[in-house]
Design a protein around this ligand. Structure first.
Ligand code: SF4
Length: 284
């Protein structure tokens, strides 16, 4: 199963996004997918290019809109495994409304956020994930806004799978993506992915010094939502690993009544060709 293609990524050398691409490819192979069984839908930003770098169905969407497209793809063809991906600006700024409602809708897709805490593609502006005091071209005196805590928001919105990883920890990241794909519902995986060109604060070394791996915390129980929220708040959301999973709640597809089992893409039109032509004529 070959999820690599011949397209050479044009990310900067050392960008964290390379490891995320590799982890998605490994995870897809490890869970037994075939390239024609996977769709990767992305938004806009450096990270948005990822849909062109994986040998699978791919769609490079519009800014902040990866999730509506990905949910539509999944509902139209539930035989596909659907991964949506984008940056923290894409998903947690312009796309935040979609993110919250996708979380609570719980369609069975996996959302991987490549969180570099800056806008990289537009050459370095403050993002919702940038720390207070962070100096960029858009905040030369330092950011005075508080840093968004998307995983706390996800838990509040009723998320059934919340995880976080670091692009350098490809073993953990691959495992979490596998678990996300296999989770029956919406899985959110936030990945710290250093921007080596424009973010000189949140570097690889900075993350290594500040991350707390949940594997090192004895008796951490990812089925306990209150404990997950407490741990996020205690650590400033710097934990990595499987933070929360609810295996009881059914996905959107399994709750909706009257949903046909076969994908929309395989269904026959109930109209005759003549009726269809008449219907189209009404809208001309
Ligand atoms: Fe990666 Fe930053 Fe370069 Fe974009 S600008 S490719 S996020 S290192």
């Amino acid at each position: 199963k070959e999820f690599r293609n011949n397209v050479k990524p044009n990310w900067c050398p050392g960008c964290g996004d390379f490891s995320i691409q590799a982890a998605i490819q490994r995870a897809a192979a490890n869970v037994g997918l075939e390239p024609d069984g996977l769709a990767v839908i992305s938004g806009i930003g450096c990270s948005g290019r990822i849909s062109g770098y994986i040998n699978a169905y791919g769609l490079h969407g519009i800014h902040g809109r990866a999730l509506p497209i990905a949910q539509g793809v999944k509902l139209a063809n539930r035989d596909l495994t659907v991964i949506a991906s984008g940056g923290d600006g894409d998903g947690f700024a312009i796309g935040m409304g979609h993110t919250v409602h996708a979380i609570r809708r719980n369609v069975n897709i996996t959302y991987i956020v490549m969180d570099n805490q800056i806008y990289g593609l537009t050459k370095g502006q403050t993002s919702p994930r940038s720390g207070e005091g962070f100096k960029t071209k858009s905040t030369p005196e330092g950011s005075i806004e508080s840093t968004l805590a998307p995983l706390e928001i996800a838990l509040s919105a009723g998320a059934t799978f919340v995880a976080q990883s670091f692009s350098s920890d490809i073993k953990q990241l691959t495992s979490l993506i596998e678990q996300g794909i296999q989770h029956e519902g919406f899985s959110l995986i936030n990945v710290f992915s250093p921007c080596v060109t424009f973010n000189k604060v949140n570097t690889y070394d900075w993350f290594k010094d500040n991350i707390i791996n949940l594997d090192t915390i004895p008796d951490y129980d990812p089925s306990n939502r209150l404990a997950a929220m407490t741990k996020l708040m205690e650590t400033g959301s710097m934990i990595t690993g499987l933070i929360y999973q609810n295996k009881e709640r059914k996905s959107y597809e399994n709750l909706i009544h009257g949903f046909r089992q076969e994908p929309l893409s395989a269904q026959q039109l109930a109209l005759t060709e003549h009726e269809f032509d008449n219907l189209v004529a009404e809208f001309r």
